[in-house]
Design a protein around this ligand. Structure first.
Ligand SMILES: [Mn+2]
Length: 432
C-alpha cells in the first residue's frame, strides 16, 4: 500500500500537494493530519466529499510499502507516522520546497519553489494527467497562499508557469480569492445548508439542473461561492440561485454550469445580466422569484418563444413620424393617439429620434410649430432588438426612465413595447 501524507497544521499548499500527489500515485491513500489550519478546515467542511482523505488512525501501518511525503520532509512535522520512522524496507518519496528536513531518501524531489504544489503541477503537466477545475482551483489556492499571490521573494518563474497552467485548467479565481481572504462565515454556511436541504433536481433535455430559491435578509457576500459549492455538492450540470433580498425587494440571480450546452453568460444576458459560459449573474428589481425560475427553465429548454420574446407582446404597427414633418403635425397625432411620444424616422424608415410632449416645452415661439420635428426631437433613443427578453426591456425602461421602447429588427421599427406591457407581464409591483 502507498500512503501520501503532509505536515501537521496543514495549509492549502499541503492539501493541494496531497491531492496532486494522489494523481501521480494512483491507488495511494491520502492521509491528512487531524490538525489543520482554520481556513482549510472551512474549505473541507464543504469540499471534503470531493477528496478521499484518511486520518492517520485509519491506516494499518504494516501494509504500508511506500510513503510519499509532500510539503515537508521532517519526521516531527508528520502526524501519526511514528511506526514508519525506523522501517528499513519502507520506500520513501519526498516532494517539498523546504530546504530543511531529516527524512532520508534517494527519491527527493526538492526545489526551493514558492510552493510545493508547483513541483507536483509540473509533474502532472509532464505526465499529461487530467485535472478537474476544482482540483485546479485547490492547487492554485495552495500556490497563491504560499507565494502571497506570486509576490513573495521566494516565488520562482516555475510558480508563475504553474499558475498559468492551472488557470488554463479552469481554476476559479472567484472562489479562490474568497477562501484566501476570508473563511466561511456563519451566514454563508447556514444558507448553503438550507439550500442543500431543500435542493431539487430537474431533468431538462438530458441535463440535470437545480434552481434554489432563497430569501435572504441584508447583504450576504460571496453568494457566487455558495452557489458554486451548492452545484458541486448536489452534483448537477447547472445550478442557479435566486436570492431574494426581502428588504430591498430585489433578486440576485447566479448561475453556474459545467457543460457547454448550458451557457450561463447567454442565459444571464437574456435576463439583463452577464457572465461567461460557466458562470454569470443578474440583479433584478421587484421581480417574483417564481417568475425568474420559470424564465430560466424556459430559456434552458429553448422555449423562449413561449413567453419571453418581445415580438409576442409588443404593440404594432407603430405610428411614426418623418423627421422632416412639422412639429404641429406631431402634436396633432400625439393628441389624437393619446400618447406621450412617438418614434421619428427618416426617409428609409430608420429611427432617428423620439418626439414627445416633453420636447414641446422647448418651443419658445409660435413659429416653432412650423419647424421640422428633427429640430426638437430627442436623439438619445433607447431601442431594443426584437429577439431580446421582456425583462431586458423592463430594465432598459428603469435605467433610462423611458416608458416606451421601439422594438427593432434589422434597424427597422417592428413594434413598440410599453412600460405597462412589461410591468404587467413580469413584475408583481408596478412602479409609480
Ligand atoms: Mn508549502
Amino acid at each position: 500500500m502507498i500512503i501520501i501524507t503532509t505536515h501537521k497544521g496543514s495549509d492549502f499548499d499541503a492539501l493541494a500537494s496531497l491531492v496532486a500527489a494522489s494523481l501521480l500515485y494512483p491507488g495511494a491513500k491520502t492521509v491528512l493530519p487531524t490538525s489543520i489550519n482554520p481556513n482549510l478546515k472551512d474549505f473541507l467542511a464543504i469540499h471534503k466529499d470531493l477528496f478521499k482523505l484518511y486520518s492517520p488512525n485509519d491506516i494499518i501501518f504494516e501494509h504500508v510499502k511506500t510513503l510519499v511525503v509532500v510539503d515537508t520532509h521532517s519526521w516531527d512535522r508528520l502526524e501519526g507516522m511514528e511506526l514508519l520512522k525506523d522501517r528499513q524496507d519502507l520506500e520513501i518519496i519526498v516532494w517539498d520546497h523546504h530546504s530543511e528536513g531529516d527524512i532520508e531518501t534517494l527519491q527527493k524531489n526538492i526545489k526551493g519553489t514558492g510552493a510545493t504544489i508547483t513541483l507536483l503541477v509540473k509533474e502532472i503537466e509532464k505526465q499529461r494527467k487530467l485535472i478537474t477545475p476544482i482540483q485546479a482551483t485547490l492547487f492554485l489556492m495552495g500556490l497563491y497562499e504560499d507565494t502571497g499571490n506570486l509576490t513573495f521573494p521566494s516565488t520562482l518563474p516555475e510558480d508563475a508557469y504553474a499558475a498559468g497552467f492551472l488557470l488554463d485548467r479552469k481554476a476559479d479565481l472567484q472562489i479562490l480569492s474568497t477562501f484566501l481572504r476570508q473563511a466561511y462565515e456563519k451566514k454563508q454556511k447556514d444558507l448553503l445548508f438550507q439550500m442543500i436541504q431543500e435542493a431539487e433536481r430537474i431533468d431538462i433535455g438530458g441535463f440535470s439542473i437545480s434552481i434554489a430559491k432563497m430569501e435572504i435578509k441584508g447583504r450576504i457576500q460571496n453568494l457566487a461561492m455558495v452557489l458554486q459549492m451548492y452545484r458541486e455538492i448536489i452534483n448537477v450540470d447547472a445550478a442557479f440561485g435566486i436570492f431574494k433580498d426581502v428588504e430591498q425587494n430585489k433578486c440576485m440571480v447566479i448561475g453556474r454550469s459545467s457543460i457547454d450546452e448550458i451557457n450561463i453568460g447567454l442565459l444571464m444576458r437574456s435576463i439583463g445580466g452577464g457572465g461567461h459560459p460557466g458562470a454569470g449573474s443578474a440583479l433584478l428589481k421587484a421581480v417574483n422569484p417564481d417568475t425568474i425560475e420559470e424564465m430560466l427553465l424556459e430559456l434552458i429548454s429553448g422555449n423562449q418563444h413561449s413567453s419571453v420574446m418581445l415580438s409576442d407582446i409588443m404593440s404594432y404597427p407603430v405610428v411614426t413620424i418623418n423627421e422632416d414633418a412639422k412639429i404641429e403635425e406631431a402634436a396633432m397625432i400625439l393628441r389624437d393617439l393619446g400618447c406621450s411620444g412617438m418614434p421619428v424616422v427618416d426617409k428609409e424608415g430608420h429611427i432617428t429620434g423620439v418626439i414627445s410632449r416633453r420636447d414641446f416645452k422647448k418651443l419658445r415661439k409660435s413659429k416653432h410649430m412650423q419647424s421640422p420635428v428633427k429640430a426638437f426631437m430627442s436623439r438619445n433613443v433607447v431601442t431594443i432588438s426584437h429577439d431580446k427578453s421582456i425583462i431586458e426591456a423592463a430594465r432598459l425602461m428603469i435605467k433610462h426612465d423611458v416608458g416606451r421602447i421601439p422594438v427593432l429588427e434589422k434597424d427597422k421599427i417592428v413594434g413598440i413595447i410599453t412600460r405597462s406591457d412589461a410591468m404587467t407581464y413580469f413584475y408583481d409591483l408596478l412602479p409609480d
